[in-house]
Design a protein around this ligand. Sequence first.
Ligand code: NAD
Ligand code: WQD
Length: 329
Amino acid sequence: MKILVTGGAGYIGSHTCVELLDAGYDIVVIDNFSNSDMAAIDGVKQITGKDIPFYQADLRDMAALDQIFTDHRIDCIIHFAGKKAVGESVAMPVEYYDNNLNSTLNLCKAMEKYDVTKLIFSSSATVYRGDNPMPLTEDAALGPINPYGWSKFMCEQILQDAAAANGWSVVLLRYFNPVGAHTSGIIGENPRGIPNNLIPFIAQTACGTHRELNIFGDDYDTPDGTGVRDYIHVVDLALGHIKAMDYCNKNTGCAVFNLGTGKGVSVLEMVETFKRVNQVDVPYAIAPRRPGDSATSYADPAKAEQILGFRAAKSVEDMCRDSWGFNRR
Ligand code: NAD
Ligand code: WQD
């Protein structure tokens, strides 16, 4: 089976390429390197010992898509490509909607043209409204609060409608907080500029790149007052895509699954675990709450477990150790 992996040079895409190749799938990768570079592709080749057909192209370029679908008989698409920085999406909404929606629409057009019937989409827990009871089930109320989140919401709707009209099999995966890196330390999360996300900032603070971590709020209604999230190891997340592909092969229609662990971890717990397992210092200061943040977000992972047979296996210790294994190089 041949899979087109869009955004395969990115953080989650590159880890999924490794698991797909290890599971015996053929893959073709497209990425425009807007948030990545060739190092991740080289890393995947190094880890797996396999070559990868790679196209450096933008999904908004239909001629480039025609080339790929003419060169390869694609059976399934895993669509990771997209812009993902929440703050940037508020500052540049048109760029975000253009990139994330038109990429998805072009893939749908290519699916219709080249008779591809299966697609797995990278959605996000950010599509859920902030006032749902925890844990979040897939039928919790939706309501994003920034253009990035709305772009995911809109892509979900487009794909659901296209699946219904065309008899496709579409799986929408709502990721919670992906962290960690491949245990080899060869690939991992490599954000450009100052990281927005917690774990990359912790790792860079441990390296000495930043003087201290700002903990955004210690007065939330949580056990220690800091924000609680559902962190999932990126290799577990990658394996979730293999399960989703098995599901896609046996079902039609559009299905949605949370990919998380179901366990909430606070910012302070994460910092203390990182320090303990890696024997490093992570200086921190308590700062004001970050606008738009909720106190608590974690998944109900039961649907993915029951229907996909997916269960995250790696611990918070594994996440912290593997993140450091990549960042300390
Ligand atoms: P990433 O930025 O590391 O990877 C995305 C890749 O897509 C990058 O390599 C980028 O160069 C490429 N890309 C972007 N626009 C493109 C275009 N128009 N044409 C071709 N390539 C393009 O991000 P990631 O963390 O690996 O996230 C992958 C997907 O998962 C994204 O859709 C993201 O929104 C979603 N997601 C991520 C998280 C997270 O916290 N990392 C959480 C939930 C959902
Ligand atoms: C986690 C916790 C912060 C940085 C974001 C996106 C979401 C999804 C995943 C794509 C929160 C605290 C953080 C720091 C801190 N991405 N924090 N100091 O906000 O849950 O989700 O990434 O879909 O859409 O919004 O993740 O890692 O930014 O924050 O105290 O320097 O860490 O307040 O409680 P978040 P995060």
